[in-house]
Design a protein around this ligand. Structure first.
Ligand code: SAM
Length: 228
């Protein structure tokens, strides 16, 4: 009997090896984003985001958005994974902002403020950036930024009355993917009839275009994994 179990186990080895090679990026991501993170949380007693902030505070030139973003990138490449937009997709986002020169920008999903800083630095004078984050620990604020703590489904209906945002010209969706369509419909129902919506994942763009039926234009960022 033990020989039979060993034979079955051995037969699975090539299958497991193929699986690991095929999905090595996901395994690496799991290793860095989950296992290493848990270990570091236990060892340092603070969260991954707080560790990143401490690194940025001690290494970045204060008030220099480019250097702050570069320092975030260095942290992600050399230390720990952060689920921010990153330098490659960041360039596309940067270009979209320059091309559209929006005066009001709404970001759904602030996290550590990477995309917030990136968008804020290329906004024209007088522009306002509103960023919505439901986790109060994940927050970074800049001068042109109004940070709203709350879940998007609660914040969007109050944007006009509570935050004086009549209409967003540009919406960067980088919160949970399952909320994209619901929030686009909510935005349109609350006066944002023609927003330029930029979902973080390009595959989320087609369901938004196909099924939401509204007038907003969607332009997604590439779906490829960004951080190593
Ligand atoms: C991928 S991270 C955003 C990364 C960020 N845009 C960047 O590039 O630095 C997603 C964030 O969205 C937030 N989030 C998810 N669903 C949300 C919701 N319905 N309302 C507000 N924030 C939400 C999470 O707490 C998390 O901090």
């Amino acid at each position: 009997m033990p020989q039979l179990y060993s034979a079955i186990a051995l037969a699975f080895i090539p299958f497991l090896v193929t699986l690991i090679i095929r999905y090595r990026h996901y395994f690496l991501l799991f290793y860095r984003a989950v296992l290493v993170r848990r270990l570091q949380d236990c060892l340092t007693g603070i969260s991954r985001e707080e560790r990143a902030f401490q690194y940025v505070l001690t290494h970045a030139i204060p008030g220099d958005p480019h250097h702050i973003l570069e320092t975030f990138d260095q942290w992600c490449y050399h230390c720990e994974y952060l689920s921010n937009v990153g330098p490659h997709k960041g360039k596309i986002l940067d270009r979209l902002i320059y091309e559209n020169t929006p005066l009001t920008v709404l970001e759904l999903g602030t996290y550590c403020g990477y995309a917030t800083i990136l968008m804020a630095q290329c906004l024209p004078m007088g522009a306002r950036l509103y960023t919505v984050e439901m986790d109060p620990r994940n927050a970074a604020v800049a001068e042109k930024v109004e940070l709203i703590v709350g879940a998007s489904e609660e914040v969007i209906p109050q944007l006009k009355e509570k935050h004086s945002l009549l209409k967003a010209d540009f919406v960067f969706m980088d919160h949970w993917k399952r909320c994209y369509l619901r929030d686009l419909q909510l935005l349109e129902a609350h006066g944002n009839q023609r927003v330029l919506c930029c979902p973080q994942r390009r595959e989320a763009q087609s369901p938004l275009n196909l099924s939401h039926g509204g007038q907003s234009k969607c332009s997604g960022l590439p779906a490829a994994a960004e951080s190593p």
